[in-house]
Design a protein around this ligand. Sequence first.
Ligand code: NAP
Ligand code: ZN
Length: 385
Amino acid sequence: MSDNYEGKAHLTTEESSGSDEATAQGVLVQSPSRGRRVVKAYGAYAADKPLEPIDIQRRLPGPHDVQIDIAYCGVCHSDLHQVRSEWQGTLYPCVPGHEIVGHVTAVGNEVTNFRVGDAVGVGCMVDSCQHCQSCDDGLEQYCDHFTPTYNGPIEESPGHTLGGYSQRIVVDDKFVLRISHPPEQLAAAAPLLCAGITTYSPLRHWKVGPGMKVGIVGIGGLGHMGIKLAHALGARTVAFTTSERKREDARALGADEVIVSRNVEEMDAHAGSFDFILNTVAASHSLDPFISLLKRDGTMTLVGVPEHPHPSPNIAPLIFKRRAIAGSLIGGIAETQEMLDFCAEKGIVADIEMIPIQKIDEAYDRMQKSDVKYRFVIDSASLGA
Ligand code: NAP
Ligand code: ZN
């Protein structure tokens, strides 16, 4: 945790309108005993319970904090994995949400790069140690002590972070991103904060660009962004889906070709031809059919984190063509800003279906069945309904 996190641990639990602390510019004057404010959220108390309304508390902004009133929050499959404890270790109550966009409503007195009214985003991290090699390299997601936006252990009550299915969040300014999309695209920009960066980062790391043949496996929230981004980076982009009904959509998203991965003949026609494959599938499946599609020295990078492990892949096809299987985790803060700016410049946003928070369990059930086009986004105004 960063230095300025200290001192936020022993906060009082008063409810306050806050109007007396804010100046006309919305800059909070520091008071010796910082309080907390109650905001409405949605969360789960157990893995087998539906999400329900829950009042949570947000700290008043410290010197380096940005207070954000959340306008929209994307729904990631990780939210579902986490709420239903598919990865074990979920801390309850669990308030998910790490594709957060909204507007700054107050800043601490040391914050210089954000002002009240700015359109901003928060992704999967709200803190990191700030002094390890990964933090120094701008790869905070690989810091051993980064704090996830939800389910991350912290000292203040209830002992872990609570995410974006809520009206407001207060975040250290180092973990706040600037959104320069036009205001009418704000909701559709929300999924960039996770689905966007999780696909952009590996595409950039493995230097995807013109002259390369790139596969994106699974056309869900991550996969549909992967198609858009690989296409925008200039690669020949091939989408793999298990859903015949997504064939036409994938082309509209930017795929040059679409392969239904259950069709062996279609798969065999591409043997040994891919430079890079990004696999976003959220469920356990055999990796072998995709490995055989890689060229010599090709890499398949996995970003999906299924509840149950994939079966161990066949090793000979890796050895004989020096192929690699890799993994990748979201992206650092600087790269997330780079991705947001790239998307704003190119007019790239997610294809979204807006829902009120009251429909979240229905949305999870549909996501479980791969029935999403292609990201649910919560209209945070519904939290106050
Ligand atoms: P999603 O919207 O549910 O999309 C997943 C897609 O995978 C589905 O739409 C489906 O696409 C395909 N799929 C699902 N079940 C399948 C099965 N049994 N066999 C084959 N394909 C199947 O999920 P998401 O939000 O994109 O997240 C995908 C995964 O990435 C999740 O496990 C999530 O936790 C993980 N994730 C990882 C990171 C990271 O940093 N590494 C970040 C965010 C999310 P088709 O219908 O096209 O087959
Ligand atoms: Zn996510």
